[in-house]
Design a protein around this ligand. Structure first.
Ligand SMILES: *Cc1c(COP(=O)(O)O)cnc(C)c1O
Length: 242
């Protein structure tokens, strides 16, 4: 059995060290504890150890946990949807999460916005970008965008369309790096996402895109070195998935 408070403390320490090496303030990096396969009891242990941001992969797994985890009095829990969101689940996801990291089409964004119109709240989202080109990864296809003007311009148009939707707030970008032998090999993917964010900012100056959600158990230090503001960490906190 993993000692969750201790694992959390170790991860926080490693985040702080990675920030120090990158000359960054640790308060710029939010640790999202990815609790997708962890039972409620494990989540509650993490809450008791001060963790407030939790990431879930599937709407149907998340909703019961969200309902059952009582809100601490000091600072409410923030639930993040980090896994792929199917359009037909947009209804259930809208409003249930503080942040949806995985918006990967204009159509999904439109569905979320329409749903939020009905419940009267703006939904914060990130746009998931496939910058690695791996076929198994979700996200807007952006592999090689650096050398492909049409690819970038097409994405700029889609982002502008999404940003114009009335009930969404686009806060930044998210990506998943490929599994590599050494975390440093993932750095170009993280650097590419940051450069993409900067290119979007230059085209759409009204859209701040403050957040970069990138980095998981095996590569979060490399992601912090490249500017991650949110790291999504599961196994290092909750242990290996069964
Ligand atoms: C599972 C998952 C994570 C966490 O992965 P670990 O390797 O367990 O840290 C992060 N992001 C997404 C989208 C995931 O599905």
């Amino acid at each position: 059995m993993l000692d969750i408070p201790r694992a959390l403390a170790e991860v926080r320490e490693r985040i702080a060290e990675a920030c120090l090496r990158a000359n960054r303030d640790p308060s710029e990096v939010t640790l999202v504890a990815v609790s997708k396969t962890a039972p409620l009891a494990a989540i509650l242990e993490a809450v008791a150890a001060g963790q407030r941001d939790f990431g879930e992969n599937r709407v149907e797994d998340a909703l019961p946990k969200i309902a059952q985890a009582a809100q601490p009095a000091d600072q409410p829990l923030r639930w993040h949807l980090v896994g792929h969101l199917q359009s037909r689940k947009a209804r259930d996801a809208a409003g249930a999460f503080a942040l949806i990291h995985s918006v990967d089409s204009v159509r999904l964004a439109e569905k979320l916005s329409a749903r939020c119109a009905a419940n009267g709240r703006a939904q914060a989202i990130l746009l998931e970008c496939n910058v690695s080109g791996e076929a198994t990864k979700q996200g807007f296809p952006l592999h090689g965008w650096e050398g492909d003007r049409d690819c970038l311009e097409g994405f700029v148009r889609q982002v502008a369309q999404i940003a114009a939707l009335p009930h969404l707030r686009v806060l930044g970008l998210m990506t998943m790096a490929p599994i590599v032998a050494h975390p440093d090999q993932a750095r170009p993917v993280f650097a590419s996402l940051r450069a993409l964010r900067d290119a979007l900012r230059a085209r759409l100056p009204d859209l701040p895109l403050a957040h970069l959600s990138m980095g998981m158990t095996d590569d979060f230090e490399a992601a912090i070195a490249e500017g991650a503001t949110m790291v999504r960490i599961g196994r290092a906190i909750f242990g290996p998935r069964g």
